[in-house]
Design a protein around this ligand. Structure first.
Ligand code: ADP
Ligand code: ADP
Length: 226
């Protein structure tokens, strides 16, 4: 687990759009931080900079005690979960969960154990031999989360992971995410435009507007003093 610090971080896209403007935010070790705000406020850009998928154009980004501004995604020890799952269609659930670990040359027995633990935490044990096409949207998103969990990274980054699910599933998945976080305590940065999601999931919520940080506080304080 590691803290993540954005110290005066800017993002100016090549066309000149200032997507993130002097963002100062410290995400504590083991904290669940939600970035919330309307479409276009810079949430995804901020998350993608933490992931290393987008270069920062100003300021410093820390993971743990290290400045990681120029470090490629694979050397950041974080796992990202996307809205569209990004599963391998030709592989079973089990193979999807194990694939990243095989690439990293983790020993077979250790892979089997991690896959089993993740499947059990996410209620995927009965689906291990299925391919993604034979799963519901909620099950696919669980597999995507499982793939992040098995890596045992320093941090999870999630970009609108529930927005392709229907309302009932979103409620279930929010509960699952809360349980997972309680159990694993991995530092998490979670992007959503959904206020309810922000308030039910976040230890703290950072409200962005036009690329700037408007407020950052616990859900309770934001609710009491909006
Ligand atoms: P959000 O995730 O809050 O919807 P984004 O981070 O996607 O916001 O976008 C923030 C701003 O940056 C928007 O004005 C968007 O149009 C712009 N933007 C996002 N990605 C790019 C890009 N690759 N090139 C140019 N502008 C971009
Ligand atoms: P989100 O709000 O989840 O970021 P978008 O539809 O805004 O989704 O963006 C999807 C992709 O398009 C992202 O990779 C983003 O960086 C890119 N993008 C968004 N806005 C622009 C833009 N104005 N110019 C170029 N690319 C953009």
């Amino acid at each position: 687990m590691a803290k993540i610090v954005l110290d005066g971080v800017d993002k100016v896209y090549s066309g000149g759009v200032k997507a993130v403007d002097n963002l100062n935010l410290e995400i504590h070790d083991s904290e669940f931080m939600v970035l919330v705000g309307p479409s276009g406020c810079g949430k995804s850009t901020a998350l993608r900079m933490i992931a290393g998928l987008e270069e920062i154009t100003g300021g410093d980004l820390y993971i743990g005690d290290d400045v990681v501004n120029d470090r490629p995604p694979k050397d950041r020890d974080i796992a990202m979960v996307f809205q569209n799952y990004a599963l391998y269609p030709h592989m079973t659930v089990e193979q999807n969960l194990a694939f990243g670990l095989k690439l990293r040359k983790i020993p077979k027995q250790e892979i089997a154990k991690r896959v089993q633990d993740a499947a059990s935490m996410l209620g995927l044990e009965s689906y291990l031999k299925r391919r993604p096409a034979a799963l519901s949207g909620g099950q696919r998103q669980r597999v995507a989360m499982g793939r992040a969990i098995v890596r045992e990274p320093q941090a999870f980054l999630m970009d609108e992971p529930l927005s392709n699910l229907d309302a009932k599933l979103r409620v279930q998945m929010r509960a699952s995410l809360n349980q997972l976080h309680e159990r694993l305590s991995v530092t998490t940065v979670y992007v959503t435009h959904d206020q309810t999601e922000a308030m039910t999931l976040g230890d703290r919520v950072a409200v962005l507007r036009d690329g700037r940080l408007q407020q950052v506080d616990t859900p309770k304080n934001l609710f009491d003093h909006p």
